[in-house]
Design a protein around this ligand. Structure first.
Ligand code: RB5
Length: 141
């Protein structure tokens, strides 16, 4: 189960992400927001981060205007490794090296075509499991 969250700056891109996940049969829980009306991104970043950290959801996707604010919020929650990605190389590397559990994107930064490839790359790439990466991740905690 994926946890999804966005603010008004990410709402439109999130609708594209949801349609894409629906098409692929990937289950998700949408923690809002639910329109383009102005809202505060910390609310949604925290909800998704807590759902992932608490084990209700395995991974999450967060989108705000830049992806920056909402990823900063998510990374305040213990156990969360939220990676802001605007390219597929970073999405692949952050799964392999950081075992990132939340993908953050900027709805005003990436177009839908690229964003959906970033989502696929993030979801399909496993953690490498290499000892050096395990060690470095444990050092974060
Ligand atoms: C909202 O205008 C914008 O500040 C927000 O979506 C995000 O970009 C913050 O980091």
């Amino acid at each position: 189960m994926l946890a999804l969250g966005c603010d008004h700056g990410g709402y439109e891109l999130m609708q594209e992400v949801k349609a894409h996940l629906d098409q692929k049969g990937i289950a998700y829980r949408d923690f809002g927001c639910y329109s383009t009306e102005s809202v505060d991104y910390p609310i949604y970043g925290k909800k998704v981060a807590e759902a992932v950290a608490g084990g209700e959801c395995e991974q999450g996707i967060l989108i705000c205007g830049t992806g920056i604010g909402i990823s900063i919020v998510a990374n305040k929650v213990k156990g969360i490794r939220a990676a802001l990605c605007s390219d597929c190389f970073s999405a692949e590397a952050t799964r392999q090296h950081n075992n990132a559990n939340i993908l953050a994107m900027g709805g005003r930064v990436v177009g839908p075509g690229l964003a959906l490839k970033i989502v696929d790359t993030f979801l399909e790439t496993p953690f490498s499991g290499d000892e050096r990466h395990e060690r470095r991740i444990s050092m974060i905690e």
